[in-house]
Every structure is written in structure tokens, then in C-alpha cells.
Ligand binder design. Sequence first.
Ligand code: AMP
Length: 287
Amino acid sequence: MPRVIETISQMRQVLQQMRREQCTQEPVVALVPTMGALHEGHMRLVEDARQKADLVVVSIFVNPLQFGPSEDLDKYPRSLERDMEMLGDLADIVFCPAVQQMYPNGVQSTTITNSQVARLWEGATRPGHFDGVLTVVAKLFSIVQPDIAVFGQKDAQQVCVIKQMVEDLNLPVTIVVHPIVRQNNGLALSSRNRYLTQEQADAACVLSHALQKADERKEHGVKAMISAARKQIGSQAQVRLDYLAVVDEHSFCEMKPHDHGPAIVIVAAWVGTTRLIDNMPITIPTL
Ligand code: AMP
């Protein structure tokens, strides 16, 4: 079982000690930030970290700063004991601070803002979300001082803003991105899938099927990709689309009809009261 640490001072102390105890001169430290309620998707990130690093730190923190006032902060699943069992020996340390530990003054006077990509898509639907994400990730980087940090492609826009933060602020950490882990039926694993009934979970598969349809139409350009994907989602009455777009992988601006090259098809939708996101990186060939 990993060692559980709840305070920042203990985290710093233990890391310092572990760094000293490592046989290698400069142990590679990996951080995998999560909000817990771990599933196989998280575990693959941790496995990736294990392969690349000498010390693996998994943070489990449901960050209030990234939830909007009407979002699911209170009901977000928390299952620390089960998470610890799942992690077993894969992680060396689980850092699970209380909210008071991370935000002792209640609110932060200093936060991190991305004023471009973070305003679009997820940021448009969830104002302030990415400020909350970037602020907590910057704090975790400062506390753990990892050499590498592993994030999932599942949250593609999050990966984009974190990479920009690292570049803009010259943070000494390498960002590793792990591909999306899916169920056999295509549904991307997510802690929020726990909110779904079986019927809703079956219906939610339409999101990944829509992304596949877009991929199949990539030779016909952006418009064809979007209309095929929208048609697929329209076939499932239980799914209410928030957005579906083909975007540039760096700017997250919409690709124009005749654009080609690396892109990401992004989708967000409501299934009942649960909001799900998914995406697929696609290279659009020259038309
Ligand atoms: P969360 O606990 O939802 O904040 O996720 C923690 C990390 O796990 C983030 O970097 C997510 O992108 C990643 N993650 C969550 N679900 C998946 C998945 N199905 N495949 C790959 N990575 C994932």
C-alpha cells in the first residue's frame, strides 16, 4: 500500500527523505494528479508513471476551485479506501490533503488564469473551471516538485492549458499525456460514469461512436465530419449535445472547412443530469 500523506509539510519532508534514500543519484519523481474515485483509466496513468519514474506520487484531491456553484462538488464520488487498494504497490505516496490544507484562507488571493484556450468549450460552459484546475495543478507542482506529471487525453483541453502554463511559466516539469482508456463498448472511463444508470451508460456510448463517424469522414473535410458525428448523436434521444467541434490541437479554435492537419474532435453532452466529455485526436488529410 502507498504511504498516505495529508499535509504539505509532511509531503515535503517525506519526499526529501525518499530522495535521499534512493540509490540512484537523482530519482525521477512522477506526479499523477487525480480527484480520486479511481478507475482503470487512472490506473493506466499510474502504471505509465511507474514505468517512467523512481518515485510515484498520486494526489487525490476533489478541488473545490474547479467546480461551479451549481456543479457536483458535494456529490462527487469519494472512495479513499478503495482507491488505496486499487493503487496497491503501484504508487509510493498518496497525497490527499483536506481542503483547509490546500486553501487555508478559504479563497486564494493568487490564482492562475489562461485567457485564451480556457475561455472556449469547457471553459465557456464552466466559467472559472480552468483557473481552478491550473491553480491546483501549479500548487501540486510546487508541493511535489515532480520531474514528470501524467495527465489523460480524456481531458484534452485541460492538457492543452496545463502545457501552456508549463511553457508560459517555465515550470521545470515534463508533461506526459496518456491516451483515453475506454470500455469495450467505446464509453470513455470517467468517475462521473458512476452517476449513470445502465440504460444511460449504454446510451452514452453514442459519444465515442460519433467520434468514430467523424474519423471515418475525415477525407471529406471538417463539415462532413461534424455532420456525421451530429447525426450519430441525434440518433440517441437520451443524449443532449452541449458542443461538438473539430478544433486545432493547440489553439482549440474551430478548424475551417478546408483546413487539414492535426486536429481534435471534441464533444460534451448531457445524459440525464450527468455531463460527459470525450474527444479523438485526428489528422485531417489534405483535400
Ligand atoms: P480526474 O480524477 O477525473 O480529475 O482525472 C485524473 C486524471 O485522469 C486526468 O488527467 C484525466 O484526464 C485522467 N483520466 C480520467 N479518465 C481517463 C480515461 N478514461 N482515460 C485516460 N485518462 C483519464
